[in-house]
Write a protein that binds this ligand. Structure first.
Ligand SMILES: [Zn+2]
Length: 431
C-alpha cells in the first residue's frame, strides 16, 4: 500500500508539523485508538518529536499536511534488544534446527575462519547490511554485541537508529584481566555527552557467557560498568549443557573447551553457578540474554532486583535450537522486564524484529497483544535506558514510528485480533 497525502499544501514551505493517520494507532502507553493520528513536529532538523496523538475526527490542530497511511496500525518503532550484527552477511543460520549447541559454536568458529570474518572491511559491510535490514522492518534501536577491535565508523549510517554497543569480552584465564580492563575502560570512556551535558549511554559491556568467561573477568566487567553507569549484557542460562557445566563441571561444554584448549577446571566448581553469576551482575544494570533455563530461585532473585536486572528473549532463535518451552509465564508473573531480540543471522533467517513478536503470539496465545507489543517496544527501550525517548507514542518522545499492515485486513476486526497475525508485516515510517 502506498502512502496517500491529503490536504497537502505544497505551496507552504513553512510547514513544521505532519499528521500521520491510520485506521488504528497503538501508542502502547494507552489503549489502541481507532481511526487515530500521530502528529510529528519537524521543527529543527536534528530531532523530530511527537507533538500530538489522538482520534483523527477530533484533530483540529494546525496541520499543513496529513499523510493517510490507510488500513493498518501505527505503532512505536521496534527495539531489538539483542543481536550480533557482524554475522549479518550469513546467507542462512549455521547448522540445522535443533543442532547441539556446542556443535553450533564449533560452526561459528569455523565460519569465522572460513569467511575471514575478522577482516575489517567484511565486518563493516555485514554490520551495514544488518542495520539496513533492521531499520527497513521497523527497528529504531539496537542492542548490539560488538567485538574488538571496535570501530564506531562501522555503525555510522544514514538510517536513524539508536545503537547501544556492548563490547564482548571473554577469557577463561585470569591472565587476560589487565588487558580486558584497559580495553573496556577505553570503550566506555567513549560515551559522549549531548548538548545538555547528559551522558548518552551508547556504550555498554558484555561478558560473553559463563562457559567462556572466568568468574573474575565477569566480576571485573561488572565493577567497571557500575562505576561508569553503563549497562551490561550477558548470555546466561541459555542451554541445559551450560547448567550441567556449572552444576557438575561435566557435559558437552567440557569437551568443547578442551577441544579449544581453554579448559580451566579451577574456573568451575561449587563457587560458580547461575545464581552466583546473577549476584555478580546485580552490581550493575544488567540484561540477562536468553535465560531459557532459569529456575524459580534464580527468577526470584532477578525479580528482587528487577529495577536493575531485565531479561531479553530471542523467540525465533529459541525455536531454532528447539529449546524447552520458554518460562515466559514465570517471568511475566514476577514483574520482570522482558524484552525481545533477534540474536544473529547465525541462528535466525533474518533480522525482522516484528517476526519475533509474531513468534511470541504464535507460541503463547494466552498473552495479550498489548503485552507482546510492550515487549517489542517500551520494555526494550527501558532495558537500554532509552525509555524517555523511545518505546511509546507519547508527546515529546522521538518520532520513531512503525506501521503494521496486512493484505487480508477485515475492517470489522479490532486491532488486537489481527496485529500479530501471521500475514501482518511491519515497516518503518520515514519521517
Ligand atoms: Zn547472542
Amino acid at each position: 500500500m502506498t502512502d496517500r497525502t491529503l490536504n497537502f499544501q505544497s505551496g507552504d514551505s513553512s510547514s513544521s508539523k505532519t499528521v500521520y493517520r491510520a485506521s488504528w494507532v497503538c501508542p502502547v502507553d494507552q489503549p489502541p485508538i481507532e481511526n487515530g493520528f500521530v502528529e510529528v513536529n519537524k521543527e529543527g532538523s536534528d530531532r523530530r518529536t511527537i507533538s500530538n496523538v489522538g482520534t483523527f475526527a477530533n484533530y483540529n490542530g494546525p496541520s499543513e499536511s496529513v499523510v493517510d497511511l490507510g488500513d493498518g496500525a501505527i505503532i512505536p518503532g521496534l527495539i531489538n534488544a539483542h543481536t550480533h550484527l557482524e554475522f549479518s552477511d550469513l546467507p542462512r543460520p549455521l547448522g540445522r534446527p535443533g543442532i547441539r549447541f556446542t556443535d553450533w559454536i564449533r560452526l561459528i568458529v569455523e565460519s569465522r575462519h572460513a569467511s575471514n570474518q575478522d577482516s575489517p572491511a567484511k565486518k563493516a559491510e555485514a554490520i551495514k547490511q544488518g542495520i539496513a535490514q533492521s531499520v527497513k522492518s521497523g527497528v529504531v534501536a539496537i542492542g548490539e554485541i560488538c567485538t574488538a577491535p571496535f570501530v564506531l565508523n562501522d555503525y555510522v549510517s544514514d538510517a536513524p537508529v539508536s545503537m547501544l554497543h556492548f563490547l564482548e569480552q571473554l577469557g577463561s584465564d585470569q591472565a587476560v584481566l589487565a588487558d580486558k580492563r584497559s580495553e573496556l575502560t577505553e570503550h566506555l570512556s567513549a560515551n559522549q555527552r549531548d548538548s545538555n551535558g547528559q551522558v548518552q549511554s551508547t556504550f555498554g559491556a558484555s561478558p560473553h557467557a559463563p562457559y567462556s568467561c572466568h568468574s573474575n573477568l565477569v566480576q571485573q566487567i561488572c565493577q567497571i560498568a557500575a562505576n561508569q553507569n553503563s549497562i551490561v549484557a550477558m548470555h546466561l542460562a541459555e542451554t541445559k549443557e551450560e547448567r550441567e557445566l556449572l552444576d557438575s563441571s561435566s557435559g558437552d561444554f567440557v569437551e568443547l573447551l578442551k577441544n579449544f584448549g581453554v579448559w580451566n577446571p579451577e574456573n568451575f566448581g561449587p563457587q560458580r553457578s547461575i545464581l552466583s553469576t546473577l549476584q555478580t551482575l546485580s552490581a550493575c544494570d544488567a540484561l540477562i540474554i536468553h535465560g531459557n533455563y532459569l529456575d524459580d530461585v534464580e527468577l526470584d532473585f532477578i525479580a528482587q532486583h528487577r529495577d536493575r536486572m531485565k531479561i531479553v528473549f530471542c523467540p525465533r532463535t529459541h525455536d531454532f535450537f528447539r529449546h524447552d518451552q520458554y518460562p515466559i509465564k514465570k517471568i511475566v508473573q514476577r514483574g520482570i522486564g522482558l524484552s525481545l531480540g533477534t540474536d544473529s543471522l547465525a541462528s535466525n533467517p533474518d533480522l525482522r524484529m516484528f517476526e519475533e513478536l509474531k513468534q511470541v503470539a504464535k507460541t503463547f496465545p494466552q498473552l495479550a497483544t498489548q503485552q507482546i507489543l510492550e515487549m517489542g517496544t517500551i520494555n526494550g527501550a527501558s532495558a537500554m535506558g532509552l525509555e524517555s525517548k523511545l518505546g511509546t507514542l507519547t508527546v515529546g518522545k522521538s518520532a520513531a514510528i512503525g506501521f503494521v499492515e496486512q493484505n487480508e485486513l477485515d475492517p470489522a476486526k479490532q486491532v488486537d485480533q489481527w496485529l500479530l497475525a501471521t500475514t501482518s508485516t511491519c515497516r518503518r515510517i520515514e519521517i
